[in-house]
Each structure stands twice: as C-alpha cells, then as structure tokens.
Ligand binder design. Structure first.
Ligand code: SF4
Ligand code: SF4
Length: 433
C-alpha cells in the first residue's frame, strides 16, 4: 500500500464495503486458528486453552480457500497465540498464496528470526502485537509469566529490523492504568502506531471474571479526556455516528454477518468472534452453505421487547452489542450497565466540548443514575462478578490464569449455538470421512 495514505485507504475499504453491502459478500474475515496460548492474561476471554478438538492443518487450509472463493479480501489470523501452532508457517503461506490482505495478531512472545524472516520474504498487510505492560514485572502480574516483556521487546526489534508493518496495542485494564501513556511514548519513539481500548468482555463461557479488571467508567472516559489525539478521533466519530442511530426492530446493530465473519479454532463459522449465536460447523459443511444459511438468518432475528437498546440514539458508539450482551447476560437482548454508563459519560464529554451544555447535562445525569444502581424496567441484566475475582487475578492459578476460583457461573457455559450439518451426499466432498 505504499503511496496510499491512511485516509485514502480507509476510503477505499469503506467504499468497497458499501458497494458490496447489498450482495452480502464476505469481504472481511477473522480466523482464530487456535485457543492455545503460552500466556494466561487476567482479562482473557478464552475459557479452554487445551487445544482439544481444534482444526487440522488441512481443514484450516480448506476453509481459508473456501472463504477466498466466496470473495474474502481481508483475512486476520489470530488466536490464542498463533505461533503455538507448529503449522503456522504452512497456514500463513497458504493464506498468502490465496491473495488475502493478511493481518497477524500475536502477543509477540514466541517470535524468533525464522518467523521474522518468513514474514520478511512474504510480507503481511499488517502485524499487531498486544502489550500487557512495559516491564517483566508487569507482565508477571498481567499474564502470569516472568520474562515476557523482554521477549516482546526483542520481537519488536526483529520485526522493525525487517521493515515490516507493525502496530502495537493494549487493553486499558486497571492493572495497566499507569502504563498506557508510557506505552504510547514507546510506540512513538519506535515510529509505530499504537491504539488502546478499555473494553473487556466476559469470557466465552459466560464467566464474568475478566470484567473484574475493567477500569471504572470515569477512568475509562478519562483516557479520552486526557489524550488529545484520542479525543479528536472520538469527536470525529461522534460527529459522524453519534446520536444518528435509528430505532430498529432487529437484534443485530453492526456490520457483523453482512460483510464480516469469524471462524473459531474448532471450525465454527460465526458472524462475529464474540457472538456465540447462529454458528455453523465448517468441519461438516462448506463456508458457502454456512454463510448464506444460518449466519445470514441472524440478520433477520428480531429484538425482544426486553431489549432496551434498540431505540437508543447512542447505540452506534456503545460497546454493548448482541455479542457482549450474550456473553454477559446470556441473551443478545441484554443490557450492560457498565457500557451504558461509559457511553453516556463519553457523550456528555463530547457534547460539553461542543458547547452543548443541556445535552451534556442530560447524558451525565443518566450516567449518574446508572452508576447509582438504576436499571431499565424489564431489562435483561448481567450476571454478577464473583466476589474476590479482582483481588485474585494475576496469581496464575485457574484455567484462565486469573487465579480466581471457578465456582461461579457453571450454568453460563455452552452459550454457543451451532448448526451441525448432517453428513451425506450434500456434505462438502473434502470433509467426508
Ligand atoms: S489475552 Fe493473553 S492469554 Fe488470552 S489469548 Fe491473548 S495473549 Fe493469550
Ligand atoms: S447500553 Fe445504554 S448507551 Fe448502550 S445502547 Fe444500550 S441504552 Fe444505549
């Protein structure tokens, strides 16, 4: 993309998506090739790192090929940690040969010269490392393992020495509150892009433990107020999308399932990585059948009367969505007070900066009401965060590495709803066994 500015590239991507929207072409895919990971982060959404039942190399390659056949252009390879798969180079090269604009997400702790050289020979569209601190001491608290920042720092050098397109990012969780600004400074000194997000979702089995390390809503919005570039981005977004959302009878409120899709490590095709509804088993059926079948059906699913967000004018800038709601409440129609408060505080800040004192006061009053424990009548509410979860996080004890007991929310497991095609003559020939 040399010679093409970010803005021009963004216009290109947006224009392409708009041009294809009606045709529902799966332009943009993410493929979580494994849930295995060598870290155990306190905020991680993965509930099973064992790798049991994950796709074979042949299945991953077949599914990638099928997505390319249906028009996929942007493909993200992610995990878990992608490099815990020994066959990552084979998968990566297959994806390159298919012509995708390929992005790789990684925690950066397993990179060596061999992988960096492979990327240099066959460059990706982008590489993104997530930082979980700026020292080995912080990494021990956030990921449960010693010495990991040293490894990431080395990986950054390996990538930059080869002039590969690296970005850094971070989750602005409570244990990293003091390190976001220094991370930003590090990225600036290296000349790479850095972004961060305060959103932390519940675990894939519905456990609320990861949410224990969320920033409180005021601090989450405080990042926007204290960072001029971030504030300018939000102001631009708000001018374009804020208060423009219209009431809708449908449960889906974003582009998932229209031009975007996700494949999980067991071969489940989903509209979105975090939305465990309308999944399709790609080990038994084809991408085409899943995409135009059950995944498409999701777009016609109507919101329930209990969904208090369908008419919200701020829903376009809120992190409550069918996915986050399903993980936290068990229903895509659920309401999430944390996101409601963050969104109203953010809107108040943005209105204030535009001189709209009345709108700012109205949004702030709503945020205070939510902070005070108010809930909309009839709303489907999140499960409770287990007591002691935040205090126990970082001790590296349980399956998530958070150290908190796995007593809670056993009933929240099995959120995933999958269609399993019958084997038979209509089954994709490459998956007949
Ligand atoms: S959040 Fe941490 S533990 Fe979870 S997949 Fe990423 S690096 Fe691994
Ligand atoms: S959670 Fe609150 S701000 Fe977010 S969409 Fe629902 S009503 Fe709107």
């Amino acid at each position: 993309m040399s010679g093409c500015s970010d803005q021009a590239y963004g216009d290109f991507g947006g224009g392409l998506v708009r041009a294809c929207g009606g045709a529902r072409i799966p332009l943009n895919g993410s493929f979580e090739i494994t849930f295995r990971c060598n870290l155990r982060c306190v905020h991680c959404y993965i509930d099973d790192f064992s790798g049991r039942g994950e796709l074979s190399t042949a299945d991953v390659k077949r599914i990638l090929s099928e997505t390319a056949d249906e028009g996929c252009l942007w493909m993200l390879l992610t995990g878990g940690e992608v490099l815990t798969r020994r066959d990552f180079p084979e998968i990566y090269l297959h994806a390159k040969r298919l012509g995708f604009l390929l992005t790789v997400f990684s925690n950066g702790t397993l990179w060596d010269e061999r992988i960096a050289d492979l990327m240099a020979e066959y460059p990706p569209f982008g590489i993104e490392f997530t930082l979980y601190g700026l020292s080995d001491e912080t990494y021990l608290k956030t990921t449960g393992f010693p010495g990991r920042f040293t490894r990431v720092r080395r990986a950054i050098d390996l990538v930059l020495e080869r002039r590969l397109p690296l970005s850094l990012k971070a989750v602005a969780m409570e244990p990293l509150a003091a390190e976001i600004a220094p991370m930003q400074a590090l990225a600036a000194s290296l000349g790479v892009r850095f972004r961060y997000d305060a959103m932390i979702q519940a675990r894939l089995d519905g456990s609320m433990i990861p949410t224990a390390v969320r920033n409180d809503p005021e601090r989450a919005v405080g990042y926007d107020a204290g960072d001029p570039a971030r504030f300018a981005d939000w102001a631009q977004f708000y001018r374009t999308y804020g208060r423009t959302a219209r009431p809708s009878p449908f449960v889906m409120s974003c582009g998932a399932g229209i031009n975007t899709f996700h494949v999980d490590p067991k071969g489940t095709l989903l509209a979105c990585q975090s939305l465990p509804l309308n999944g399709y088993d790609l080990r038994r059926g084809s991408f085409r059948d899943g995409w135009y079948g059950i995944v498409g059906d999701l777009l016609r699913r109507e919101a329930s009367p209990a969904n208090v967000c369908t008419g919200c004018e701020l829903k376009g800038m809120c992190d409550r969505c069918p996915a986050t709601a399903t993980l936290e409440t068990g229903s895509p129609d659920g309401w999430i007070p944390y996101y409601c408060e963050v969104t109203h505080r953010r809107a108040a800040l943005l209105e204030e900066s535009s001189g709209n004192a009345d709108a700012a006061a109205r949004y702030r009053a709503h945020a205070e009401r939510v902070a005070g424990g108010w809930t909309p009548p009839g709303a489907i509410l999140p499960r409770a965060v287990p007591s002691g979860a935040a205090a126990a996080c970082g001790s590296g004890g349980c399956a998530t590495g958070c150290g908190a007991p796995k007593t809670q929310e056993a009933s929240a497991s099995n959120l995933l709803q999958i269609e399993i095609p019958q084997r038979g003559s209509d089954v994709h020939p490459e998956v007949q066994r």
